[in-house]
Design a protein around this ligand. Structure first.
Ligand code: DGY
Length: 327
């Protein structure tokens, strides 16, 4: 019997592609070319499965151009690149990579918060530019992390990881806002108190966004929300571009309506709003919150395992939808 055909849409660890070759007839992309939607569709025309990253859009148009496609395994926990309704209607299964990146991503969220509040990159640029000629009492004076109030919007696994780091490691008071309230046990574990979004924005010294991107969460933070925040507050986005209105944020940062921001994700990335590139009080990183070698390997392996389990007939390990009939 011939092996199922799969496409690995972006470059990933070569040994994991080799592992996939033991099960599938694989077309991969070792040069990591960014295909247009039309090029992707042409490659998927004869494929049974695909391993995607967050940068390939799977929608109704692509699904109709790929009539054999049965499963899309995303190498990311977020899957806003999938039109899940279109996939479910077409009988196509989607999978993601939860859990394996939780702690790494929470570490990064905390690192970005610290770098932002303590003005680490801004001061490093100053030093590298040869501008450091004397010490002064207020040079790059930022805001404290320990003992301050941490507000987390989106209290899934990663949000809970950040809450625990803040509460247990830094003695922070943690408040959170989420679609649904956590159980009393989880709230106690995270030492976190549920509050409304407006109260969180008004009271937090540091706001961290870890909410999934959907049409409902688009511009969770815009000009009106930024206006509620303390002028001394920091805002960190490790969720997705589009959760923050980047243009409104650039204005708020330039006018010092909030003190600083740390951004790992951007609207329209990898293009970054030009105004964010010129304001000094923002730390910018290129969507690397889950980027440690062990975690990226674990994500790629889980995406591969999802494809293998699906075609073995065992069912996917971490599905994001449940079509009633599969293609
Ligand atoms: C994720 O897993 O969703 C990360 O943002 C990497 O894309």
């Amino acid at each position: 019997m011939s092996k199922p055909r799969i496409l690995v849409a972006r470059a990933i660890f070569p040994d994991i592609v080799d592992r996939l070759r033991q099960h599938f007839d694989v077309e991969d992309n070792p040069d990591d070319v960014i295909w247009t939607p039309q090029e992707l569709a042409a490659r998927l025309a004869d494929k049974d499965g695909v391993l995607t990253t967050g940068s390939q859009r799977i929608d109704a148009a692509l699904l109709s151009a790929a009539p054999r496609l049965k499963v899309c395994a995303n190498m990311a926990v977020g899957y806003n690149n999938f039109d899940v309704d279109a996939m479910t209607a077409a009988g196509v299964l989607g999978t993601n990579t939860p859990d394996v990146l939780t702690e790494t991503t929470a570490d990064f969220g905390f690192a970005l918060l610290m770098a932002t509040a303590r003005r680490m990159t801004e001061s490093e640029h100053y030093l590298r530019a040869g501008k450091w000629t004397k010490w002064s009492y207020d040079m790059f004076a930022g805001s404290d992390i320990h003992g301050s109030t941490l507000g987390i919007i989106g209290m899934g696994r990663i949000g809970q990881g950040i809450a625990k780091r803040g509460a247990h490691g830094f003695g922070m008071k943690v408040v959170y806002h989420n679609r649904s309230r956590l159980s009393a046990d989880l709230e106690a574990e995270c030492k976190a108190t549920y509050v409304g979004k407006e109260e969180l924005l008004r009271t937090a010294d540091h706001v961290v966004l870890v909410v999934p991107y959907t049409s409902a969460s688009h511009h969770t933070i815009g000009a009106a929300e930024l206006a509620l925040m303390k002028p001394t507050a920091t805002l960190v986005n490790i969720a997705r571009g589009g959760i923050v209105d980047d243009a409104a944020l650039a204005v708020a940062l330039r006018e010092r309506r909030i003190a600083a921001a740390g951004l790992d994700v951007f609207e329209g990335e990898p293009i970054v709003h030009p105004d964010l590139l010129t304001v000094p009080n923002v730390v910018l990183t290129p969507h690397i919150a889950s980027a440690t070698v062990p975690t990226r390997r674990a994500m790629a392996n889980l995406a591969a395992d999802n494809l293998i389990a699906f075609f073995d007939g065992r069912g996917p390990l971490t599905p994001v939808n449940q079509p009633s009939t599969l293609r």
